[in-house]
Write a protein that binds this ligand. Structure first.
Ligand code: NAI
Ligand code: OAA
Length: 233
């Protein structure tokens, strides 16, 4: 990566075998189109992170504009790309991206994914602690959204199956919902991008949680378990 680049590009066009990755750096609005042209997967981590005492919603004013600009570039240069939207507040930046793509006439709900993988990684870790297992042996679906009480760990569906008592359920739910103030660096976005690349490559059975367009409830976007494939979800 060169300088303080704001956009990372992952190229999964390797011939046969495992997907290859090219990583190059780009800076500023003037290089945005070069960064985006021809991309199959665009990961957006751009924007400000929160500081102690802030909620993700406090980032809205600045990050909304950043995401809007990047999505306008995507609509123009790689309208078929799968988007991994990391910038917070994910509960709002994903709907903003959808509106930008609708305005440009390029919106495909299957290709727009808000990254909530970190909630799952933290949930697996915290539950594993209680069960005395390695986090890699634990699978906790986390649905809903990516902020506070919208983060809903489905503790009744934990694998391996376990019946948590009321106290454990309340403690774990609260810890997972507030996990963003406890653990941020877990490389979850890389894991999620890797799963998307496996789906793009045509691998079967790639299932992850993501914040996506949904008809499951009256809410237009909900984090749920999705199957990743060549066309996104
Ligand atoms: N969805 C998730 O699970 C997670 C989301 N986040 C969110 O990701 C965002 C970035 O967090 P960090 O990587 O910790 O922050 P960071 O400060 O380490 O990185 C932010 C990057 O955005 C770039 N940037 C700033 N303004 C920009 C602009 N106008 N256009 C393009 N790029 C710009 C900066 O150059 C920097 O490279 C935050 O909104 C944070 O809340 C962070 C961790 C997990
Ligand atoms: O909490 C934050 O500010 C960053 C984030 O989204 C997470 O760690 O899940």
């Amino acid at each position: 990566m060169e300088g303080s680049s704001s956009l990372r590009r992952a190229n999964c066009g390797a011939k046969g075998g495992s997907p290859g990755f090219k990583v190059r750096g780009f800076m500023g609005q003037q290089q945005l189109e070069d960064a985006l042209t021809g991309m199959g997967l665009v990961i957006i981590p751009a924007g400000v992170p929160r500081f102690p005492g802030m909620t993700r919603d406090d980032l809205f004013n600045i990050n909304a504009g950043i995401v809007k600009t990047l999505c306008e570039g995507i609509a123009k240069c790689c309208p078929k790309a799968i988007i991994n939207l990391i910038s917070n507040p994910v509960n709002s930046t994903v709907p903003i991206a959808a509106e930008v793509f609708k305005k440009a006439g390029t919106y495909d709900p299957k290709r727009l994914l808000g990254v909530t993988m970190l909630d799952v990684v933290r949930a697996n870790t915290f539950v594993a602690e209680v069960l005395g297992l390695d986090p890699r042996e634990v699978d906790v679906p986390v649905v809903g959204g990516h902020a506070g009480v919208t983060i809903l760990p489905l503790l009744s569906q934990v694998k391996p199956l376990f019946s948590f008592n009321k106290e454990e359920t309340e403690h774990l739910t609260s810890r997972i919902q507030n996990g963003g103030t406890e653990v941020v660096e877990a490389y979850a976005a890389v894991k999620f991008a890797d799963a998307c690349l496996q789906g793009l490559r045509g691998d079967a059975g790639i299932i992850q949680c993501a914040f996506v367009s949904s008809q499951v409830t009256e809410l237009p976007f909900v984090a749920s378990r999705v199957r990743l494939g060549r066309n996104g979800v």
